[in-house]
Design a protein around this ligand. Structure first.
Ligand SMILES: [Zn+2]
Length: 280
């Protein structure tokens, strides 16, 4: 599933190809390509010119020369790619935006991704209003985020994935950040010291920024950038997908546990089981 570094890689790639261009023709090829909450059909954006491509967490949107935006989420397997006009259609092609010599294509094998037309408030699409800024957003407030995390009476792994607390962190980078900060995924957020939460947020920002430099992680072949290339970051993952292999810090075997329907990978020695009371 694409996380912040992958979505940001896509945003940067799209920006190079679509900014200043007009949607000359729009074709919707699958009904699930359009979000149920879309306020208009996608083809109502015909003749709109793209001003900018923006992102918050895992949501992307195209700012247009009109009040509405084209907003999208890649879901599990969505791809937004640029192809030259007339290139053969992909098997799971769901929507096509003709820009001129190039086309913006939305491809989605598992159809959990979507595009929609939305209005905005303070520059943020309505469906993104409940999403908290991610650590790369100029509006990100560290002190506010730390208090929000410590106010959650829940396991830290679950809190890291809560996009209304801090956005952008998904399962892979949550496991990597917890390993870097030596925090067990089941540690209660309310028992963590502020300094530990700050260290965890910096680890999350650090690991996502390294992944971004590598063009994202593509562990399941479904994530590709706009030119159809995969990222290389999976070579740098320390715990995710490494169950039974040695910890890169201490050699102990990496363990995988499941809670809240997600796999969590951690080192039992570097990330010891939390005590039930007192500060961690
Ligand atoms: Zn270890």
């Amino acid at each position: 599933m694409p996380e912040l570094p992958e979505v940001e890689t896509v945003r940067r790639g799209l920006s190079e190809h679509v900014v200043g261009k007009k949607f000359k023709k729009i074709e919707v090829l699958h009904h699930r390509a359009t979000a149920a909450k879309s306020i208009a059909s996608l083809d109502s954006l015909k003749r709109a010119r793209v001003i900018e491509v923006k992102r918050r967490g895992k949501f992307l949107w195209f700012v247009l020369d009109r009040p509405e935006v084209l907003v999208g989420h890649l879901g599990m397997s969505g791809q937004l790619v640029i192809r030259r006009r007339g290139a053969p259609d992909e098997r799971h092609l769901r929507a096509r935006f003709v820009l001129g010599k190039e086309e913006l294509r939305f491809i989605d094998q598992r159809t959990f991704g979507w595009l929609g037309v939305e209005s905005t408030r303070e520059g943020i699409p309505m469906c993104v209003q409940h999403i908290a800024p991610d650590p790369f957003d100029p509006k990100f407030d560290l002190a506010v985020t730390v208090s929000r995390i410590r106010a959650k009476k829940s396991e830290i792994k679950r809190v890291l994935l809560d996009q209304s607390v801090m956005s952008g962190v998904g399962n892979i980078y949550a496991d990597e950040a917890l390993w870097r900060s030596k925090v067990h995924p089941e540690t209660r957020a309310e028992n963590m010291r502020s300094s530990k939460v700050i260290s965890l947020i910096s680890s999350a920002a650090e690991v996502m920024s390294e992944a971004l430099s590598a063009g994202g992680t593509s562990f399941d072949d479904l994530y590709i950038n706009v030119n159809g290339q995969s990222g290389y970051f999976e070579r740098s993952l320390a715990v995710y997908g490494r169950e039974g292999e040695g910890c890169l810090r201490c050699g102990q075997q990496i363990r995988r546990i499941t809670f809240s329907n997600r796999s969590s990978h951690f080192c039992p020695k570097c990330q010891p089981t939390p005590r039930t009371t007192g500060n961690q």
